[in-house]
Design a protein around this ligand. Structure first.
Ligand SMILES: *[C@@H]1O[C@H](CO)[C@@H](O)[C@H](O)[C@H]1NC(C)=O
Length: 434
């Protein structure tokens, strides 16, 4: 049972991975009469190129005015104006607008069933490649291969990464180095405090190492795409490590939240249930992420998978907060009943800080990064990546620092005077609602 399930999962993942890849895309259009088919988006510099190869063209009706069928490039802004023109009746077909960049129309086919062209785009901007068919009675079948890239420097090397993403490989590499350094530091700390190390500290090490390796794969993946336009293997490694990193990170947040191995050596049933919800959901989230990345914003089902991803992500993020809330509640009750008010109050403060930091981390990496991505110009898309990675780094550093192995084990040892002061503080504390 278990084996067959994991087999199905592997097959599913690898099928997804064999979908079209990165900057060069293949699309098969069959008997389609959609008036507008968007293909892909790309940020061009002043030396942008679009290489378009259309083959196996077959048209349901060969005697029509094919100047109303063809490919064009369009920016978001001009698209809105084009729609306005259509509404005002200035034009009857998108391809007649002077705001679009016509790449080629089917009246140039002259009966052939394939067409190739290299189009130079010298106005830097973000464009979408679109196919328009203004003839309602016409159904089109064709294979479309599109490659968009910018030429670099004097050597005319091709750069298949969109203008705002071209420095991403370097950014990912830099962050990967930082995490490897952090992992080294952590090993040093574990060694020096080896007498007071808990199992969870080794788990934290694994999470940091996985994060570092994941970033390294992402850097290599992106730099391979930059050079060749396709991902070729690195993406598989990258997705594998993303998957492992995602699962271990969420598990770690839950484990720390429950106080496992700090406060108690076991997990309660309800805490196990949280893990049993979060881990499978992470699997789904990772599959959704693969589909989203590989199909591009105009792929079929893209929206569906995007929604699946968002939903699952929100559920996971909420689920990981429960164990922290339970721990805080338990600690408050314990502080009231047994005499060790100070000890428990310190733990309480720690867990409350952790709760707030987890919420900030989730909020920042989900909402703020998304907002940045939406409002920044295409040229500065990398800034949202940097912001997200910095927030993640801060979260890792905070978690490591606050939950590091302590020199004198009994985790929160305090003397009697402090104990009394803390008991006072606890009374105030009780008025403070979470
Ligand atoms: C696509 O078309 C361009 C321009 O004609 C040509 O140089 C290139 O070799 C074609 N690529 C494929 C895969 O057919």
């Amino acid at each position: 049972m278990g084996v067959s399930k994991s087999l199905v999962f592997c097959v599913l993942v690898f099928q997804l991975l064999s979908l079209s890849s990165a900057a060069i895309r293949f699309n098969e259009i069959r008997n389609d009469n959609r008036p507008i088919i968007p293909f892909d988006e790309f940020g061009f510099t002043h030396r942008g190129r679009l290489e378009l190869n259309v083959s196996k063209i077959s048209l349901s009706n060969p005697d029509l005015d094919f100047s109303k069928v063809g490919f064009f490039l369009c920016t978001h802004d001009s698209w809105l104006h084009v729609l306005q023109q259509l509404e005002d009746g200035e034009i009857t077909c998108v391809l007649q607008s002077d705001l679009i960049k016509q790449v080629f129309t089917f009246n140039n086919l002259n009966g052939k069933s394939e067409y190739s062209t290299i189009y130079s785009e010298n106005d830097a901007d973000q464009y979408t490649l679109v196919f328009a068919n203004c003839l309602q009675q016409l159904k089109v079948s064709m294979d479309v291969r599109s490659a968009m890239y910018n030429l670099e420097g004097r050597s005319n090397n091709r750069d298949y990464l969109s203008a705002g993403k071209t420095i991403l490989p370097r950014i990912y590499f830099l962050f990967s180095l930082i995490y490897f350094i952090l992992a080294g530091l952590w090993i040093h700390v574990l060694y020096r405090k080896r007498l007071t190390v808990f199992r969870i500290h080794f788990f934290m090490l694994a999470v940091v190492v996985l994060k570092a390796v994941n970033l390294l794969c992402e850097a290599e993946d992106k730099s391979y795409i930059k050079r060749t336009g396709s991902a070729h293997g690195w993406d598989v490694l990258f997705y594998m490590f993303s998957f492992l990193k995602g699962i271990t990170l969420f598990t770690l947040i839950v484990l720390i939240g429950t106080g496992w191995s700090f406060l108690k050596p076991y997990l309660q049933d309800k805490e196990k249930k949280v893990l049993m919800i979060v881990i499978p959901l992470q699997v789904v989230a990772n599959i959704a992420q693969v589909v989203i990345d590989e199909t591009g914003p105009y792929g079929q089902d893209w929206i569906t998978w995007k929604q699946v991803f968002l939903l699952v992500d929100v559920v996971c993020c909420c689920a990981v907060l429960f164990p922290i809330v339970w721990s805080i509640k338990n600690l408050r009750e314990a502080a009231r009943t047994d005499g060790k008010a100070a000890v428990n109050l310190m733990k309480l403060t720690l867990f409350r800080q952790y709760y707030i930091v987890v919420i900030c981390y989730i909020y920042f990496t989900r909402v703020v990064v998304y907002a940045l991505e939406t409002i920044t110009s295409y040229k500065y898309l990398w800034t949202s990546v940097v912001a997200g990675e910095l927030a993640t780094l801060a979260f890792y550093v905070f978690t490591g620092y606050k939950f590091k192995p302590e020199a004198h084990n009994p985790y929160f040892v305090i003397d009697d005077e402090e104990e009394e002061a803390a008991a006072e503080a606890l009374k105030l504390e009780e008025e403070f609602e979470l």
